[in-house]
Design a protein around this ligand. Structure first.
Ligand SMILES: [Zn+2]
Length: 270
């Protein structure tokens, strides 16, 4: 299956990897930014033919392969792509998976200049601890990786996902006033402020629903059944991870307690 290609802004080519799924939507979006001098944002999964296709889509010298985070659907293909393009790979902090040993380390606010544009590193932990977004100036396109998706909501899963840290990142991203969001999965977002508000509201709503359900002691499975009400087993596993992440936040804030192993309830006022 050939990758889907779409020119989403002047000098921004979105290339979607053929790895569709419940977490990846249509597949992972990789971006070629610039024309004669280019940046790659995310290398996609390590899939036969995909990195070759990315390399064949370039129209100039690739000066850097930038990664939003070290999950395999974004970074898996980076070592091979880097060697195909003879381009350096950049990621925030030392790569936890070890697959990117030797990659360059991004710094907050570091800028990459290509053809009158600059692409700036914006730390945005929450989905993963190492996650960064990239803001292109002057048109303020935010390359958001898995922090904000074109459809649905992003998965925050423990131990590396953290709901409080994630909400803080969303607030900081909104303050940047992006004009458009180029997400790691799903279509371009043309109303960033509304979308980010929607994300924050969604998390807060889920939290309220969990707190309401935790009036009586419940297990994670019972919470998923009551709050999410889904029967698809794959989606159910994702919902469990999401509930665990929300519980971790509420436990830390001492608003919920674990009463017996695996059963939780709202903490009685002391
Ligand atoms: Zn992803």
């Amino acid at each position: 299956m050939p990758a889907k290609r779409q020119l989403v802004a002047p000098g921004v080519l979105m290339i979607t990897a053929p790895n569709p799924g419940p977490k990846t939507l249509e597949g992972t979006n990789c971006y070629l930014v610039g024309n004669k001098r280019q940046l790659v944002i995310d290398a996609g999964p390590d899939m036969p033919g995909f990195q070759e296709e990315l390399a064949a889509s370039t129209s100039g010298e690739v000066v850097a392969v930038l990664l939003t985070h070290d999950h395999p659907d974004h970074a898996g293909g980076a070592p091979y792509l880097g060697s195909l393009l003879s381009a350096p790979i950049w990621i925030n902090q030392a790569s936890p998976s070890g697959r990117l040993a030797g990659a360059h380390v991004l710094a907050a606010d570091q800028e990459f200049a290509v053809e009158g544009n600059s692409v700036r590193v914006i730390p945005s932990p929450g989905h993963s601890w190492d996650h960064v977004c990239f803001l292109r100036e002057p048109d303020r396109i935010l390359f958001a990786g898995d922090t904000i998706l074109g459809e649905g909501s992003t998965l925050i899963a423990p131990p590396e996902g953290d709901v409080s840290v994630y909400l803080d990142s969303l607030v900081r991203l909104k303050a940047l006033q992006p004009a458009k969001i180029a997400p790691g999965h799903g279509p371009m977002i043309t109303d960033p402020a509304e979308k980010i508000d929607e994300y924050v509201t969604h998390r807060r709503q889920r939290e309220q629903e969990l707190l309401a359900a935790l009036d009586n002691p419940k297990t994670v499975q019972q919470l998923v059944d009551e709050v999410y009400g889904i029967d698809d087993s794959t989606v159910c596993e994702l919902a469990k991870l999401s509930v665990r992440a929300q519980l971790a936040k509420l436990l830390r804030e001492k608003r919920v307690e674990e009463i017996t192993s695996g059963r939780y309830r709202v903490r009685a006022a002391s």
